[in-house]
Design a protein around this ligand. Structure first.
Ligand code: PEP
Ligand code: MN
Length: 358
């Protein structure tokens, strides 16, 4: 449940609410709005629920109590009806503009990073990506430049005037990655690495959480809940395809995630057509479709010479291909942004979670 304090409520009244919540063995979690304090009640309320709700309702300074039916309390739109807008130096995500994250799969050296940063910035990218710690299927494949790569990414971002995002693979890397990058990325393989989620949640930087390739939407949102409940409200969700029986594409891009997530959560949603398809020629149409479905942005791999890339060359765009794709998605965004609305509101009372399979 969430406790909405009235506009004129005092800090003492909010403290009394927090004390009552703690006395019930639960955890109060503040969401600060511009005008009022909203206190989410976290934990297993159990049979004391009705009793606690009526007690809270009677407390001075409390305006209303809203039950939250979803298990991802802080990530749910029920607890936070407005969209979360994330600010990093030089960019905003989720505010209705189109976020374009672009850059190589791996940071390979300083020159390629700076050349890529300049090219993607000139074509309209808003955030620079590049992997320094790489999760590779084979232990014999290029594992990334590590800290050296973080430095090249940061320098290239500065050079091109773009904020940066890069993957962090384990709790021990969080501090150093947070020192060099503006957004921390948790990759598909680590979506349910709960100690990593907790660590990035405490690092003081926005986090992009990629969908686990075998994860349901609810598991994904529960993973986001770990980050938010650890102290980081600025979480971006990135759909990057899930594993199905299909072999012609690397993964299967689940674009239904976009409107579903926009309905279920206030967090911004990004789509990665590069890892979803694994094929360069499929990136452009899937990026266009993602933006048409209402995604807040896309993440795309770009390389100065994809055929020579140390990782994911097959799905990486050349500078020219990226510029062409960026101009197409920007046009689509201009067209669709006023048309996007919550489709649920138009269909009436239907279930969001669970479908009968017949
Ligand atoms: C990446 O974006 O660099 C990456 C490894 O993606 P994913 O975790 O989606 O495979
Ligand atoms: Mn990659």
């Amino acid at each position: 449940m969430i406790v909405v304090m009235s506009v004129g409520a005092t800090e003492q009244q909010a403290n009394d609410v927090r004390d009552l919540v703690k006395a019930a063995g639960l955890t109060p979690h503040d969401n600060y709005g511009t005008q009022r304090v909203v206190i989410a009640v976290l934990g297993d309320v159990g049979p004391q629920r009705d009793h606690l709700m009526s007690k809270l309702n009677l407390m001075p300074g409390v305006e209303s109590i809203t039950p939250i039916s979803r298990p991802y309390k802080l990530a749910s739109r029920e607890s936070h009806p407005e969209d979360t807008i994330i600010e990093v130096p030089g960019a905003r995500i989720g505010n209705g503009t189109l976020t374009i994250m672009a850059g190589p799969c791996s940071v390979e050296n300083r020159d390629m990073m700076i050349a890529t940063a300049r090219a993607v910035a000139a074509a309209g990218a808003t955030i620079l990506r590049g992997g320094a710690f790489k999760p590779r299927t084979s232990p014999y494949a290029f594992q990334g430049l590590g800290i050296e790569g973080l430095k090249y990414l940061a320098e290239a971002g500065q050079e091109a005037g773009l904020p940066t995002i890069t993957e962090v693979m384990e709790p021990g890397q969080v501090e150093i990655v947070a020192r060099h990058a503006d957004i921390l990325q948790v990759g598909t393989r680590n979506m349910q690495n709960y100690s990593l989620l907790t660590a990035v949640g405490k690092a003081g930087k926005p986090v992009m959480l990629k969908r686990g390739y075998g994860a349901t939407i609810e598991e994904w949102l529960m993973a986001a809940e770990y980050i938010v409940s650890s102290g980081q409200p600025n979480v971006i969700l990135c759909e990057r395809g899930i594993r199905t029986f299909e072999t012609y594409t690397r993964n299967t891009l689940d674009l239904t995630a976009v409107p579903l997530l926009h309905h279920l959560t206030h967090l911004p949603v990004i789509v990665d057509p590069s890892h979803a398809t694994g094929k360069r020629w499929l990136v452009r149409p899937m990026a266009m479709a993602a933006v048409a479905a209402g995604a807040d942005g896309i993440m795309v791999e770009v390389h100065p010479n994809p055929d020579e890339a140390l990782s994911d060359g097959e799905q990486s765009l050349t500078f020219e291909q990226f510029a062409d794709m960026a101009s197409a998605v920007k046009k689509i965004h201009e067209e669709v942004r006023t048309l996007i609305k919550d489709p649920f509101a138009m269909t009436g009372p239907v279930r969001v979670d669970g479908v009968s399979k017949h």
